[in-house]
Design a protein around this ligand. Structure first.
Ligand code: DX5
Ligand code: ZN
Length: 221
């Protein structure tokens, strides 16, 4: 297992004060920034693109930015996100015509690469590309919106992916996204995750630091 990372999803931040709100979450103890890109095509919602990521970098955000692409097609937007300052770029295999090619494209752009699994997406996508991945992201909600409830079947899936990562012997991060709170993060960690996305649990709270500290405390327990 890699060291624990808490990645606030700025989907739930105040878009009118995005730089300030992102900096606030980082100052409150967050490790990464989770950046949800939705295209109103692969998922029924529309969020932000590379220009917004670049604006965060220009504002002074230096933390790793974890780009979660919920877009179709994937390939043509990858270089723009790399240039804008993405650290990790993850995509959904169903949204790419050629999964191995997209993985190569992301790596060639200088970013780390992640593959994302919806709640009902089979893990067989991993069979031939596991050796190329830096991160595996399991969705514990159907993608498109923040503030949804954690789907419990994600726990068994986490255990299965944890087993496969350990077997591979490679330092692949195992990230979980959707419905993560201070109340369930302990059990999610026990199932094998090391990287935790949390949107509404952090940004809808009156004090980000209290929530992030509570999460770290559960992870240390
Ligand atoms: C959903 C996004 C998530 C979302 C998580 O499609 O990928 O990152 O923002 O939000 P919460 O933590 O509120 O479920
Ligand atoms: Zn996400």
């Amino acid at each position: 297992k890699q060291s624990n990372v808490i990645a606030p999803s700025i989907l739930s931040a105040d878009f009118a004060r995005l730089g300030e709100d992102t900096a606030k979450a980082l100052a409150a103890g967050a490790d990464w920034v989770h950046f949800d890109v939705m295209d109103n095509h692969y998922v029924p919602n529309l969020t932000m693109g590379p220009m917004v990521l670049k604006a965060l970098r220009d504002y002074g955000i230096t933390a790793p930015i974890d780009v979660h692409l919920m877009v179709k097609p994937v390939d043509r937007i990858v270089p723009d996100f790399a240039k804008a300052g993405a650290t990790v770029i993850s995509f959904h295999p169903e949204a790419s015509e050629h999964v191995d090619r997209t993985i190569g494209l992301i790596k060639d752009s200088g970013c780390q690469v992640g593959l994302v699994f919806n709640p009902a997406t089979p893990l067989s996508w991993l069979d031939y590309v596991m050796d190329k991945l830096d991160l595996i992201l399991l969705m514990s909600v159907n993608p498109g919106f923040g503030g949804q409830k954690f789907i419990p079947s994600a726990l068994d899936k986490l255990r299965e992916v944890r087993r496969r990562i350990d077997e591979s012997g490679r330092p692949i991060r195992l990230e979980i996204d959707g419905g993560v709170t201070a109340a369930n993060i302990g059990e999610i960690s026990a199932a094998g995750a090391d990287t935790f996305v949390a949107g509404s649990a952090i940004f809808n709270a009156p004090d980000y630091q209290t929530v992030i500290e509570a999460m770290h405390k559960e992870l240390a327990a």
